[in-house]
Ligand binder design. Sequence first.
Ligand code: SAM
Length: 272
Amino acid sequence: MTIKETLSWASEQLQFSCERPLFEAELLLAYHLHKERVYLHVHEHDEVDNIDSFKSLIARRASHEPYEYIVGKVSFYDIKLFVKQGVLIPRPETELLIDEVSSVIEKEDITSIAEIGVGSGAISIVLARKFPSLKIIATDISLDAIAIAKDNIEAFGLSDRITLVHTNLLDGIEEQIELVVSNPPYIASNALLKSNVKDYEPHTALFGGEIGDELLKQIITQAKQKGASYLACEMGYDQKASMEHFLTQSGVQYIKFYDDLAGLNRGFITKF
Ligand SMILES: C[S@@+](CC[C@H](N)C(=O)[O-])C[C@H]1O[C@@H](n2cnc3c(N)ncnc32)[C@H](O)[C@@H]1O
């Protein structure tokens, strides 16, 4: 099959699983051929080598497996991270949490932070690269996530500044921490999710409890107990009222909520 025929076949295979089947077919064919997408348009009459292996990539995507797991990579902020099944694929909205945290780190000259739920390492790695004096303790309850974060942290040469700890929240962490950051699981356990999320991404990274905000509340309580001055968290678009109530009851000096690019409530920064 030529590149042109292959793309036409592949986009038909992807029509029920992808919003942009031709675009995703092009991305996967470019990945298969180790070329840029533009190459496909210039060489549309060339034959595709090893077509069976390309067909198996298309079969995976047609079964709703996320593109990022198939190619093992995701772009996030200013970096590319290695990802595979077992770890959450970092989302663009989490870049906003990084910007919110960065302004506090900069303003308050913060040098010691903790991240709860490090996942692939996305937040900790970007922050460590932005702030060369920053030391980070990054925890996760998932050993799969810790292993993938370790690979990413090593790839960026940050193992001396990001310490990974396999634990629940901040249990056992005794070091003095000025700020805690977290993009925790915050989805309600009965929420309806698309197949690419619910059938492929780890449920420990998605579901925060029956209502969804249970883990967020535990994080607020623990960050305060551990003596952190600041806490910054991503949250669900419908969790502002419950977070505001819980934070106010916990006794905080201020709360700033921020929105995502769709204008939905997406997170908060608070000072204890
Ligand atoms: C939504 S993912 C965020 C991953 C990454 N920080 C990101 O933004 O892409 C939440 C992470 O929290 C971890 N997690 C869930 N419950 C936890 C707990 N009780 N203690 C520590 N980590 C937890 C999950 O394993 C997952 O890696």
